[in-house]
Design a protein around this ligand. Structure first.
Ligand SMILES: Nc1ncnc2c1ncn2[C@@H]1O[C@H](COP(=O)(O)OP(=O)(O)OP(=O)(O)O)[C@@H](O)[C@H]1O
Length: 227
């Protein structure tokens, strides 16, 4: 699913945001990335989405080489990626349902599939009762859950969530974490960044990656034994 070999990311002003990153992440994994503010978490997700390109090294995402010359193909690859970023940019003046459907446009879904996928996504985030509410009237936490619904309704193979719990209170934050963790299945990989390590301390399976100053300092893989 993701193969990074000796990847560096240097921004235009010379900031070396990622240094020698090596990563091997398979399909159906759950990955938690932690690190202090400015450590490089968002930069890593930007590389995985093709919003930035490696300055050095090789990066493959779902079989696609992530480099500038491949821009056209990377645009197609994005159809299989569900981003959940902190500024979740819901479209005001529209309902929760409309926002989710708008996230599926241009993706070859039939109207019936759009309807069914949106309904399933709203159920998954526990907000089916807000289907016809204007997003303007939702709480911040509800808005974030609609943003997750919008990302998953497209049935992406890779979900990238950047600080998805923002400044939510602990109960809401844990709820969002649980929803995101539950999206992982055999074919769907979920990657979540957070600076709030207490939100993942009870997670018993997954790949735990710690980034500091652009370096991957620690990588731990935990598998849950099935009885
Ligand atoms: N477009 C840019 N141009 C120059 N430097 C940048 C750019 N974006 C990020 N940086 C720098 O790269 C480094 C890593 O930033 P990044 O946003 O990836 O960190 P982060 O771990 O996501 O931080 P936070 O938790 O605060 O969001 C920081 O030093 C940041 O200032």
């Amino acid at each position: 699913m993701i193969e990074a070999n000796n990847v560096d990311l240097v921004y235009g002003d010379g900031t070396r945001a990622l240094k020698n990153v090596n990563l091997h992440i398979g399909a159906g994994e759950i990955v938690y990335i932690t690190g202090h503010s400015g450590s490089g978490k968002t930069s890593l997700l930007k590389l995985l989405m093709g919003m930035e390109y490696p300055t050095k090294g090789h990066l493959m995402v779902m079989g696609q080489a992530m480099k500038k010359e491949e821009r056209h193909n990377i645009r197609k690859l994005r159809r299989n990626i569900g981003p959940v970023f902190q500024e979740f940019k819901l479209i005001r003046g529209r309902t929760a349902f409309e926002n989710i459907v708008l996230g599926m446009r241009f993706l070859d879904f039939t109207p019936k599939e759009m309807e069914e996928n949106s309904k399933r996504a709203l159920e998954k985030v526990g907000l089916i009762h807000k289907r016809d509410s204007l997003v303007d009237n939702l709480s911040w936490g509800e808005g974030q859950r609609i943003a997750i619904a919008r990302a998953i309704a497209r049935r992406p193979k890779l979900i990238l969530a950047d600080e998805p719990t923002g400044n939510l209170d602990i109960d809401n934050a844990l709820n969002i974490m649980d929803i995101l963790t539950s999206l992982r299945d055999e074919s769907t990989t979920v990657i979540i960044t957070t600076h709030a390590t207490h939100l993942i301390k009870d997670k018993k399976e997954g790949i735990f990656i710690q980034i500091e100053r652009g370096n991957i300092e620690l990588e731990r893989r935990e598998e849950l034994g099935y009885e």
